[in-house]
Design a binder for this molecule. Structure first.
Ligand code: F6R
Length: 589
């Protein structure tokens, strides 16, 4: 959700900023830009479209200090004018976040005779800096951010100052120190390989960075020390390991996400206390967005079977409009790959405000949610570069199994190990996914249907397909189809029916019959040889997956659906790693 990077040091800045922006592109790729500073002059290049477009400009961006930005549009279209950096007077700024009072500020600033060149909220920050600047950049930043309402990570250059300044509230910023200079970035991935140590800025911090060093101040301008630690090696994650796309590489890491998450869980101190908390809870709520919410559905099912209290999953973005009633005995589980999703953080804060115990299930150990949580259950899926979540979802499912197993977690981990071996084989050898993908690619719409736990998989399979292929799809309980949605079924519509629970096969078969009798196309995906034998002669495609018990089958069927989505994206000519209009870390509400 927009990525910012800044550098000040001994080396030319433009190449470093460009490299960092390429690594931040998962946060948005609507437009990109760089400003550099050399001998009191600011040089800027910016374009609508991907970071790649900046490559041709790098030679013209001289200087050893600069700032860069890759954008996920919130205010104004993805045009050159709306691309960051935004310039005003002696300032150039880049911003990640959202300025809620930008309309009032724009009105005030226009009243003072100022002209705006973009439709963004961010441009007001450049004007405020320019307005408050009396030769002291730190004071100007302090006054400017005092006027803002909303979320921001902002980095600014001033033509009079050999360095940059960075301030944050709610949007993340890390500072980094390398052998040849100093960095600030939205995410440590941007500075991996350049910086050897890093620290996370706290809310309200302002850092002044020059080629000689960095100073950090709190919101009252008291100098503060933030703890630096080595840049974690696991953040590298950039290599595609021979795969044509990160999405395929990451699906192939599903098995490792399961086994590494189990290992990570047993390294956590205090897991026994955690099981007691869950066992004594009067209510357990799970919350997340998108894929993390879909994982929460499966988590609520597993925890509901295991613990003797009401368990429910909530879309984080809806949490504040209808918050569940929690007490000091309740447990809230915030599920988020990035740990930075604004809606999930807001929901988690509400739950904490009620006194609930907060567990974070996250793939990013130094993220904002870990600072809010009482206990962090690590998803050890490794960096996920593809915007569509795959292995992190599988890792989240593994966490829920372990939390549900309680004191039998070790035994469950053994079962997860054996399912991981099947997932690995499937991910490397899922040739049949292409057959179903070709049916998807020639369909106007695709329904994903299942019963019981397969519904959760269907909903996530549908999200995966629509986000990477742009084909309309929806995930439904198979029994619901006849209550309205069947009206949409005809020969141009494919229904993918999951059958992984023997007890529910006959119910799914009747949904298959209802679709076939209306001329709809059906592809069945099952872990059950008997179901395969029964339906395969009647449907357009049937895929028999490795067998496993029903409550573990979601690891296998989800991997299959991720492969279907991936191959469909390729068949319809989409870039599966960078779907349009999406970003990996959604830091606005
Ligand atoms: C889907 C996807 C999104 C995220 C959602 C939550 O593939 O990536 O739906 O799952 O934006 O993100 P996190 O898990 O980072 O909170």
């Amino acid at each position: 959700m927009c990525g910012i990077i800044a550098y000040s040091g001994k080396s030319p800045a433009a190449e470093k900023l460009y490299r960092g922006l390429k690594r931040l592109e998962y946060r948005g790729y609507d437009s990109a830009g760089i400003s550099t500073l050399s001998e009191g002059c600011i040089f800027t290049a910016k374009h609508g479209g991907r970071v790649e477009r900046l490559r041709a400009d790098l030679g013209a961006l001289s200087g050893c200090t600069g700032i860069g930005h890759t954008r996920w549009a919130t205010h104004g279209r993805a045009t050159d004018a709306n691309a960051h950096p935004h310039l005003c007077g002696r300032f150039s700024i880049v911003h990640n976040g959202i300025i809620r009072n930008c309309e009032q500020l724009k009105k005030e600033l226009k009243g003072l005779g100022r002209t705006f060149f973009s439709q963004t909220d961010s441009e007001v920050i450049a004007h405020l800096l320019d307005m408050y600047y009396c030769g002291d950049m730190l004071q100007a930043m302090l006054h400017a951010v005092a006027r803002l309402k909303g979320l921001w990570a902002v980095a600014a250059l001033c033509a009079d100052f050999n360095g940059f300044i960075v301030a944050r509230r709610s949007s993340p910023v890390v500072l980094g120190e390398g052998d040849d200079g100093f960095y600030a970035a939205s995410d440590v991935h941007a500075i991996v390989g350049c910086a050897h140590s890093c620290c996370v800025l706290e809310d309200g911090d302002i850092a002044v960075v020059t080629p000689e060093g960095m100073r950090v101040y709190d919101s009252l301008l008291n100098p503060v020390v933030r703890a630096f630690e080595p840049v974690p090696a696991e953040c590298a994650g950039g290599d595609m390991e021979g795969c044509p796309h990160y999405m395929l590489k990451e699906i192939r890491q599903n098995a490792a996400a399961i086994t590494d998450t189990c290992d990570g869980f047993f390294r956590c101190e205090g897991a026994d206390g955690l099981f007691k908390k869950l066992a004594r809870a009067d209510k357990i709520v799970l919350t997340g967005c998108g894929t993390a919410y879909n994982a929460s559905l499966a988590g609520a099912r597993l925890l509901g079977w295991a613990y003797d209290c009401p368990v429910s999953a909530h879309i984080a973005g809806e949490y504040c409009s209808d918050p569940p009633r929690l007490t000091t005995r309740s447990v809230c589980i915030a599920v988020t790959q990035s740990g930075e999703t604004a809606d999930t953080l807001a929901a988690a804060s509400i739950a904490r405000g009620c006194g609930a115990y907060l567990i974070a299930v996250t793939n990013c150990p130094r993220s904002a949610v870990t600072r809010l949580a009482d206990f962090v259950v690590p998803v050890c899926a490794g960096p996920e570069v593809c915007v569509a979540a795959t292995k992190s979802y599988i890792g989240q499912l593994a966490c829920f199994h372990l939390l549900a197993a309680g004191e039998c977690a070790m035994r469950r981990a053994g079962q997860l190990q054996s399912v991981a071996a099947k997932v690995k084989k499937l991910a490397f050898d899922g040739a049949y996914a292409r057959v179903i993908a070709s049916l998807c690619a020639s369909s106007r719409a695709v329904f994903f249907l299942g019963r019981g736990g397969d519904v959760d998989v269907a909903v996530e399979g549908s999200l995966k397909l629509k986000e990477v292929s742009y084909i309309f799809s929806a995930g439904y309980p198979a029994g619901e189809l006849k209550h309205g949605t069947l009206a949409l079924v005809d020969e141009s519509v494919l229904s993918i029916v999951l059958m992984c629970d023997q007890c529910l096969v006959s119910k799914c078969e009747s949904a298959v019959e209802q679709i076939l009798s209306r001329g709809g196309k059906v592809a069945v995906i099952t872990t059950l040889p008997s179901a395969y034998a029964s339906v395969s002669p009647r449907v357009q495609a049937a895929w028999l997956l490795p067998q496993t018990c029903a409550h573990l089958s979601h690891f296998i069927s989800s991997t299959a659906l991720q492969l279907v989505a991936y191959h469909t994206a390729l068949l319809v000519g989409r870039d599966p790693d960078k779907p349009r209009n999406l970003a990996k870390s959604v830091t606005v509400e």
